[in-house]
Design a protein around this ligand. Sequence first.
Ligand SMILES: NC(=O)c1ccc[n+]([C@@H]2O[C@H](COP(=O)([O-])OP(=O)(O)OC[C@H]3O[C@@H](n4cnc5c(N)ncnc54)[C@H](O)[C@@H]3O)[C@@H](O)[C@H]2O)c1
Length: 245
Amino acid sequence: MTGRFADRSAVVTGGASGIGAATARQLSTEGASVLVVDVSEAGEALVAELRAAGGEATFLAGDVSREETWDRIAGRGPIDVVVSNAYTVEVAPAHETSLDSWNRQIGVSLTGTFLAARRLLPDLARTGGAMVITSSVHALVGLPGHPAYAAAKGGLTALTRQLAVEYGPAVRVNCVIPGPIMTPAWDRVDEEGRAGSVRATVLQRFGSPEEVASVISFLASSEASFVTGASLVVDGGWSIVKDSA
Ligand SMILES: NC(=O)c1ccc[n+]([C@@H]2O[C@H](COP(=O)([O-])OP(=O)(O)OC[C@H]3O[C@@H](n4cnc5c(N)ncnc54)[C@H](O)[C@@H]3O)[C@@H](O)[C@H]2O)c1
């Protein structure tokens, strides 16, 4: 295999769908051996597709909020690139969010990333690897109905900086901050809600999962060799516009 990730092994969580699947495809196309981790069995079809295209790919069914999932991942051998991207969201204001719901959302996004770091960063320090975390514009601005999601995503930008400081210079740790990206995450949003999100971007459209995957891949690659602790906004300008009308 040739490419930026030749002879490298990568883990992508939430890799069965959307941004994670696009990232797994790009890393695989560029030579990485990819471990797709997801609770959804759709990961099987994706790794079959990657293998059919000549790549090396494996699916591991697992919940990233559980420590045993990370033990299974770490047990598979050295890893060079970790993309922590899985999430879950339950939309409700804080006073209608149960403690279970709060714990679930924080558990998948924030604790799942902490567990990845705890289990894999010592390995990454040996391989001189990179970690890329998927945050969200919810880390930057408040949007109704997302207290746990926003807290998790804000926590991830802080955790990115923390891990970058703690594990540098051996490991680079960065995050992406996507805005509206057309993935199954938008299935629950009606046409009006979607149109409103598009209007709120400078570029007047949704981003594609591939447009985030290319930034994640850049951050994971040696092209970003002097970038660490950064939060890279990939939102078509969504977060720089404020409608004062
Ligand atoms: N789509 C957007 O507009 C948008 C905007 C900002 C941030 N993001 C972030 O991008 C990332 C990917 O989102 P997406 O839009 O591709 O969503 P998606 O729903 O297409 O994919 C998310 C994947 O995560 C998996 N997952 C859920 N819980 C899991 C768990 N406990 N363990 C392992 N896997 C689990 C799901 O099965 C799914 O395959 C998320 O971190 C999300 O917060 C997305």
